[in-house]
Design a protein around this ligand. Structure first.
Ligand code: IYR
Length: 230
């Protein structure tokens, strides 16, 4: 008998009771959450100071609470702080990025990145204590029969899980960088992941360097991102 989250025999259970704060209290809470999240910046200058594995584990648990298509939870987080492995990832990523910045990206893309000051050098892949590689499962292999099983809304699900992971790391007091070496097929081989998995992004995590600089950019106002029909 399978014990999977999608067991057909799964029963409904009562939703555990949650606090129901009054609207003023709710507004305070949601505003405080926004204010916390609005202090998140994508950081590229990391301190080498170590971060205990326990902190990364809790953040990954938080990522794993994301909703997913048919509750398949089609993700694997590979958390790396082995210096030798980080060095190999840096070498492989910089090789891909060199081609990207040398022209593979195309003129428009490179122009769009100019204000961020990024280039093919990725020292943070070695400096930061943790690299969390997020993999999506394109399908599952039934452990009993070896048959392929479908996953649904894979990119959406893994995007949501990654967002929660980043929010949790930020809430813990860590700086993050979502890094997407292009292409990143090398990560499956390097990290010995199975064929049904594909790397989606590297979440770099650690303390910011004391002298860390970030681009002087702003977020869109609510008027520019939301429409209310009341
Ligand atoms: N993968 C490259 C390029 C890059 C692409 C986008 I879109 C960014 O917002 C930032 C960087 C790199 O990591 O440098």
């Amino acid at each position: 008998m399978s014990n999977s989250p999608n067991d057909n025999k799964a029963r409904f259970v009562p939703l555990p009771p949650t606090a129901r704060p009054d609207p003023a209290q709710m507004e305070n809470q949601v505003r405080e959450f926004y204010e916390l999240m609005n202090t998140r910046r994508t950081v590229r200058d990391f301190s080498p100071d170590p971060v205990p594995q326990k902190i990364i584990e809790w953040a990954i648990r938080a990522g794993g609470t994301a909703p997913s298509g048919a509750n398949k939870q089609p993700w694997t987080f590979v958390a790396i702080n082995d210096p030798a492995l980080k060095a190999r990832i840096r070498v492989a990523a910089e090789k891909e990025e060199k081609a990207f910045y040398a022209g593979k990206a195309g003129k428009e893309w490179l122009r769009d990145l100019e204000h961020l000051g990024t280039d093919e050098h990725k020292p943070f892949l070695q400096t930061a204590p943790w690299l969390i590689v997020v993999f999506q499962h394109n399908y599952e292999l039934d452990p009993d029969t070896g048959k392929r099983r479908k996953n649904y809304y894979i990119q959406e699900s893994v995007g949501l899980a990654s967002g929660l992971l980043i929010a949790a790391l930020h809430h813990a007091g860590l700086a993050t960088l979502t890094h997407t070496p292009s292409p990143m097929g090398f990560l499956r081989d390097l990290l010995q992941r199975p064929k049904n998995e594909r790397a989606v992004m590297i979440v770099v995590a650690g303390y910011p360097a004391h002298n860390a600089m970030v681009p002087n950019i702003t977020r869109k106002a609510i008027e520019d991102i939301a429409v209310f029909k009341t």
